[in-house]
Write a protein that binds this ligand. Structure first.
Ligand code: GDP
Ligand code: MN
Length: 335
């Protein structure tokens, strides 16, 4: 097929891309992007990098999710960035809206209190909806039922390096359930009673904990307190069957029943991280050291040979891994 030679550009100036030979094996996996229509330019920015650095060669599909219908323009412009299948889903209101049984007076008071204290997104209801949705509902969406592994992508992130292997197959072949690039501390003001709630749940369900979990990633004192370490969930490569499984499902339902997504501002990052650290074997949590990644204001920039091999373009000196606010050293100590 001929490219559209336009505006008098002679044919001999064109060099069409060679057709890409697809890998023989693939995982049952998809990209997932929860976005608003206004996130169009930002998500295209991220998706274009994903395509160029990885997916052009692997052709994994995309699932876009939104609490409102996507516009025709949104669908058209994101679809033209890839040759892989792209699907668009609407989140049902019961997976998104603040539940009826939440005491609205108490929730309003909490939001006003957090706004006074300048807690980031402290006054936002939609942000809370988003956090609750990502914590316990994204993997239940109809369009995601056919998939096991997912890669979460947010607007305006950066992928610094070539990814020449299939991270989904790595997850599958090595029996991993959760992959991350950046870890850090959560704001105390957003989760005042989260750990207390987690401890209550664990007291009632001790059999759900495997012996070899990553408990010391989340607590420095044998469980007395939460050290607030979490994996930064704007990047995730994970196994949805882990979230769909008994332990995490019970865990999420318990947390949800306490109302902390609305009476406080529990984030999906600490909730996923606590779930992974408690209910998975520590060997099932993977640090994607070779994936150079930035979401403002932090980045993981691979070092040394990994930087070279990946043709990364981040400054190796600008790397969050062992900054004082990073939790990566606690992850290292697990092994
Ligand atoms: P931050 O990374 O914590 O600052 O939060 P973001 O604003 O990046 O939101 C996290 C993710 O949820 C992004 O992919 C957003 O596009 C998405 N998101 C946030 N709020 C909404 C919302 O109200 N509706 C939809 N559809 N997506 C949202
Ligand atoms: Mn973001």
């Amino acid at each position: 097929p001929q490219p559209p030679y336009k505006d008098g550009v002679p044919e001999q100036y064109y060099k069409p891309s060679d057709p890409v030979a697809l890998p023989e094996r693939k995982a049952n996996a998809t990209f997932v992007m929860l976005v608003r229509n206004t996130d169009g330019p930002g998500i295209m920015n991220s998706m274009k990098q994903i395509e160029d650095r990885f997916n052009r060669k692997f052709q994994y599909p995309y699932v876009f999710l939104n609490d409102k219908p996507f516009t025709e323009n949104f669908k058209k412009y994101v679809s033209q960035l890839t040759d892989a299948p792209v699907e668009f889903g609407i989140v049902p209101p019961e997976h998104w809206k603040q539940p009826e049984w939440i005491d609205e007076q108490k929730a309003t008071a909490a939001r006003e209190d957090m706004m006074r204290n300048n807690v980031i997104y402290g006054g936002s209801i939609t942000y809370r909806n988003m956090c609750r949705f990502n914590s316990g509902f994204f993997y239940r969406q109809e369009l995601l039922q056919k998939y096991r592994y997912y890669w979460r992508v947010e607007p305006d992130v950066k992928y610094f390096c070539d990814i020449d292997y299939d991270p989904f197959l790595l997850m599958q072949d090595q029996n991993k359930v959760y992959g991350f690039t950046v870890s850090l501390y959560e704001y105390e003001a957003t989760i005042p009673t989260l750990w207390q709630t987690v401890k209550e749940f664990l007291d009632e369900n001790p059999e759900l904990l495997p012996a070899d979990n990553a408990f010391s990633f989340i607590s420095d004192d044998g469980g007395l307190t939460y050290n607030r370490c979490h994996f930064w969930s704007n990047f995730e490569i994970g196994d949805m069957d882990f979230w769909r499984g008994e332990a995490y499902s019970k865990f999420f339902d318990y947390l949800d029943s306490k109302g902390g997504f609305y009476y406080e501002r529990w984030g999906d990052a600490p909730v996923h991280s606590l779930g992974a650290a408690l209910f998975a074997n520590k060997s099932q949590i993977h640090f994607f050291n070779d994936i150079g990644y930035r979401h403002e204001p932090f980045q993981h920039c691979p070092q040394g040979d990994i930087h070279t091999n990946g043709k990364c373009w981040c400054d190796p000196g600008a790397n969050f891994d062992y900054e004082w606010y990073s939790c990566l050293s606690r992850y290292d100590k697990l092994f």
